[in-house]
Design a protein around this ligand. Structure first.
Ligand SMILES: [Zn+2]
Length: 341
């Protein structure tokens, strides 16, 4: 394979995944010939990745990378997610926050009612192994695998033990070590059968986004990225500093790329970037609606908000600096503060 071709592919994979150029090259060399660059997960693997993306909580504060993810390794049958070593503004590590969102525990008996959610965290998520390098997650009764890692070599065993101690002290019963679904977890799935099915059927969308988490750092020009889901309608909101052009065309091109992107096509694009009537004091918003051209369930709306000059983002710039954001990235997404510094 000529060098130029391999380098171009590595560069692309870097943009999609956040892997370094050398890691991206190695990853591509290890892939069997003919396999798509970023394989789509299927079955339980896809469902687990969707749940991790939804409940990770990496957009709860400003971290070194948008959504708290430095890079992902999107392998055929597992996914490695490298979380930032950052903490929230209150000094709470992102990795501990992620465990709170993901690991399931049964509510104390006294708090359980017949028609209410009886599980904290994500019912069915399991830990299969903890090591200094990472926390291996799965779904009960499946071979699905997502490995959370963190640059600072967080001691995952002790993080999980801490989480267990906190829950048990409050009367909760952690169930992330059980082989099978527990009775309250089963009850949750039965009581929310319709929703669980809709979430599972649309899991290709969050799984595909998680496998391409690098785009939020490498292609997007937003300093702030948030996302949420209602049923199977996903929303991503990107905030841009004054003077920074939202990269909606580039982001859409990457998401819909026939070789590297997802099963997505643009349904609508509303753009206010060059609206001559717009007062720069106020926010503007370009909106893109995407869905599957092959009619897979679920939809994605990306809101590109250009924040008006009314907003002083100096504090946000400092928060990102404190979190360890890459200075080159800061220069790209917040040039007015960066150049001043
Ligand atoms: Zn626009």
């Amino acid at each position: 394979m000529p060098h130029g071709y391999a380098d171009r592919n590595a560069k692309r994979l870097h943009r999609y995944t956040g892997l370094t150029h050398a890691q991206a090259r190695q990853f591509l060399e290890d892939q069997p010939v003919g396999r798509p660059r970023i394989v789509e997960a299927t079955g339980a693997q896809r469902r687990l990745e969707a749940l991790v993306f939804e409940h990770l909580g990496g957009d709860v504060d400003y971290f070194a990378h948008p959504i708290g993810i430095g890079s992902v390794v999107p392998s055929h049958d597992d996914l490695v997610v490298s979380l930032d070593a950052s903490s929230t503004r209150h000094g709470y590590p992102l990795v501990a926050h992620a465990l709170e969102g993901l690991l399931p525990a049964e509510l104390p008996k006294a708090e359980q009612t017949e028609d209410d959610v009886r599980v904290l965290g994500v019912p069915g998520v399991r830990t299969t192994r903890t090591s200094r390098e990472g926390l291996h997650l799965s779904l009960a009764g499946t071979e699905a695998s997502v490995i959370l890692t963190c640059g600072d070599n967080s001691n995952w065993a002790s993080l999980v033990a801490d989480r267990r101690a906190v829950l048990e002290a409050d009367g909760y019963r952690p169930c992330w070590h059980e082989a099978e679904l527990t009775e309250p977890e089963r009850a949750f799935h039965q009581e929310h059968a319709e929703m669980s099915q809709a979430v599972a059927e649309a899991s290709w969308l969050p799984s595909g986004l998680l496998r391409r988490a690098g785009l939020f750092h490498e292609v997007s020009t937003a300093y702030c990225t948030r996302y949420w889901v209602t049923w199977n309608e996903w929303r991503v909101e990107l905030k841009h500093d004054p003077g920074v052009k939202p990269a909606h065309d580039a982001l859409v091109d990457h998401l819909t790329d026939p070789k590297w992107g997802m099963d997505l096509a643009v349904d609508k694009l509303h753009c206010e970037c060059d609206a001559p009537w717009a007062d720069p004091h106020y926010d503007r918003q370009c909106t893109v609606e995407l869905s599957s051209p092959t009619s897979q369930p679920g939809s994605l709306q990306v809101r590109f908000r250009a924040i008006g000059t009314w907003c002083d983002s100096q504090d946000t710039y400092r928060a990102l600096q404190r979190a360890g954001a890459d200075p080159i990235w800061l220069g790209r997404v917040m040039p007015q503060h960066h150049n001043r510094g």
